[in-house]
Every structure is written in C-alpha cells, then in structure tokens.
Ligand binder design. Structure first.
Ligand SMILES: Nc1ncnc2c1ncn2[C@@H]1O[C@H](COP(=O)(O)OP(=O)(O)O)[C@@H](O)[C@H]1O
Ligand SMILES: [Mg+2]
Length: 357
C-alpha cells in the first residue's frame, strides 16, 4: 500500500508557478528524498503535503484518504523543520511531550514514548534541561524526538541538518538512517545536498523548476541519468561535459581528439553530442587499456587533495576537465600523465534536448 499519493499537484503563489504538476506515490516504509537546487519547489511540495500550503490543483492522499482540503492536524503526519523552534520555557521532556499532551494522550503513555524516543536519540540524560542549555545538535535531536513520539503515518523532514556544522551533519545523517531502520516509517525528506540524498534515500525524486526531473533509486539516477541536469547534479566532483561529434562509433572532441566507443555501444551517427565523463572514470593509466577504455597523454594543471583521493584538472578536448586519482598517484602540476578513460561509463547527451541518448 502507498502511504502517500500525489496526483497532478500544482501550487501557485499569486502569479508564480512554484509546483508544476507533480505525481508521486510513496510505498509504506520507504525513505523518499526530494532533492534539487534552492528554489526548485521542494519546501512548497512538502508544505502542501503537510497542509501548511493549499494546493492550487491536484490531490494529496495520505494513507489512502484524500486530505487535499484537510487541516494539517487532521493529516496523519509529523514534521521536522530546518528551524527547529523549540518552546524555550519548556524543558526537553515537555518539548517532546507537547504534541502528545495536546492530543490528550494519557500521562503513562506519554512517559513511555518520550523516554523511548530520548533513548533512541541519545538524549535521555538531557530531559530536564531547557533549550538554551543545549547545543545545536542536541536541539535538533529534541526536534526529531518531538516528531517520532507521534504515531504518525508519514514523517516529513525539511532540511533538518542544514543548520548544523559538517561533522555533526554526518553524525545526524547516520542517526536518521538508523532511526528509519528501527522505526520502519515512511519518510519524505527534503534536502538540496546530493550527498545527503544519495546516502539516505531508498528513492530520490530530483526536482527541477517545480517538476520531477527523474525518480529512482540513488544508483539508478547516478548510473542511468535521464538528462544532463541529473548527470550534473549528482556526483562529486561534477561530471565533465565535453562538446563533441559522434560518427561510426567514434567520438571526436573539439580539438580533434578521438575517443572510440566500446563495441556494440548504441550511438547516433554524424551528430553533435555532449560527452559526459565522471571524474571517477578517468584514471591514471597503469596497464594497457582494458576493453572499452581509451588512453591518452595529458598534463596535470591543478591538484586538489581531499585525503585519500586527489582531484586533478587537466586539458582534454580543448577544455579543462577534472579527474580523481588516488593521492599517491600524483606528484605535482606540470606532470605528464597517461590517462585512462572508461568509455563503458561515458554518457552521451543530445545537446538539443539535454536528454541522455
Ligand atoms: N509564500 C511564498 N510566496 C511567494 N513565493 C514563494 C513563497 N514560498 C516560496 N516561494 C517561491 O517558490 C519557489 C520555490 O520555493 P521553495 O519551495 O521554498 O523552494 P526550495 O525549498 O526548493 O528551495 C521559490 O522561487 C520561492 O521564492
Ligand atoms: Mg526549502
């Protein structure tokens, strides 16, 4: 059964069209991430699911019930926001209990649920403290606790980690993933961070300008992007895009460099394309080229260490591309290298439509 079903959803703010016809069905227990650049309509979509915004057209069903016109409190949801406003005059226990008290849940039941949530989130020793006595990460845990004590069908998160520093964000990401595994609840999670999306999601809906550009598992979107936008949005460092033409199974770059496509690879003939190469698929050549690989000389221009891996910039086909090598493989800028491109993983894009061929 699906816990959430959105059909033909539109949202206008006055004359501004923020959500432009979204269909989305989320099965029970799934962790769905809505990801996309700032302003693409993620929060609007989430707030419309929650009933905090009114849909301009289309329907929202939660747990099989049409709630398009229902008030937020009549929807079976719990929500965690980016600005986790806690009640400053209530201690942690009462902040977590607040929604349950408002629903007239019995005290013994409240006590059980608050303590269980606090245990899960590692804040059991903080229950008597007030928000001002907590760190940012602890406050965010309380906000999450407030949501998970509710017995909601659907949990909605809107960029809950974006106010935390990098280390804490990594820790909380692991914790949210663990919570999902323990609770088995249906989660809709909004973020602009592609790493968060890739690591948390069962399925990703990548939004662009009010529409879903592609929906699928993280691996689907990463390995089989439907468009140039998806290919460029997911993955770090970003995919390289090289203008080229393709003819008789051979890609010719702007400066005349030729890259042979793997045998049997479907490709148009005599057409302009954009060749997409992920930095991870351009290596330093160590042996002779494997089937479907192409090797060429190049010169390293720029070196950016990131720990065990290093990002290197070098010219290819008249532009500067990025490759990712193991740290020990690089000496310095100016080094002459032989690169190995895995053309099996290359993406061919139609520059007219931006669709992957
Ligand atoms: N209350 C509002 N009134 C008018 N425009 C809004 C309102 N809320 C959001 N928008 C506009 O709708 C677009 C989508 O916003 P939002 O859903 O917040 O994007 P995201 O969460 O993906 O960053 C943006 O261009 C934003 O400026
Ligand atoms: Mg937002």
């Amino acid at each position: 059964m699906s816990d959430l079903k959105i059909t033909g959803l539109h949202k206008h703010y006055g004359t501004y069209h923020a959500v432009k016809g979204i269909d989305l069905e989320v099965p029970s227990g799934e962790f769905t991430v809505l990801v996309g650049p700032s302003g693409c309509g993620k929060s609007t979509l989430l707030r419309t699911i929650a009933g905090l915004e009114e849909a301009s057209a289309g329907t929202v069903e939660i747990g099989g019930q049409n709630v398009t016109w229902a008030r937020p409190r009549d929807r079976d949801i719990a929500m965690v926001f980016q600005n986790y406003a806690l009640y400053p005059y209530l201690n942690v226990y009462e902040n977590i209990a607040f929604g349950l008290r408002a629903r007239k849940v019995a005290s013994a039941q409240i006590d059980k649920r608050v303590k269980r949530a606090a245990d899960m989130l590692g804040i059991a020793q903080l229950l008597q403290r007030f928000p001002r006595e907590l760190s940012g990460g602890q406050r965010q845990r309380v906000a999450i606790g407030r949501a998970i004590v509710r017995d909601a069908l659907l949990f909605l998160f809107d960029e809950p980690l974006s106010n935390l520093d990098a280390q804490l964000r990594d820790d909380m990401r692991v914790e949210i993933k663990r919570l999902h595994q323990e609770l088995g609840r249906t989660i809709i999670y909004v973020t602009h961070d592609q790493i968060e999306a890739m690591t948390l999601a069962d399925r990703i809906a990548l939004l662009r300008d009010g529409r879903i550009e592609q929906l699928g598992t993280p691996l689907d979107l990463f390995e089989r992007p439907a468009t140039r936008f998806v290919a460029g949005f997911l993955g770090s460092p970003k995919m390289n895009f090289l203008p080229a033409t393709v003819e008789a199974g051979e890609v010719t770059l702007r400066d005349g460099t030729k890259l042979t496509l793997p045998t049997g690879r479907k490709a148009p003939n005599g057409q302009a394309i954009i060749l997409g190469l992920r930095p991870q698929h351009i290596a330093k050549a160590s042996a002779s080229a494997a089937p479907g690989h192409v090797q060429l000389p190049s010169t390293i221009e720029l070196v950016q260490p990131t720990g065990s891996r290093v990002q290197v910039s070098m010219p290819l086909g008249g532009i500067s591309i990025t490759a990712e090598f193991a740290a020990h493989e690089v000496t310095a800028p100016g080094e002459q290298v032989r690169i190995d491109i895995d053309m099996n993983r290359a993406v061919l894009i139609d520059p007219q439509t931006d669709k992957v061929i």
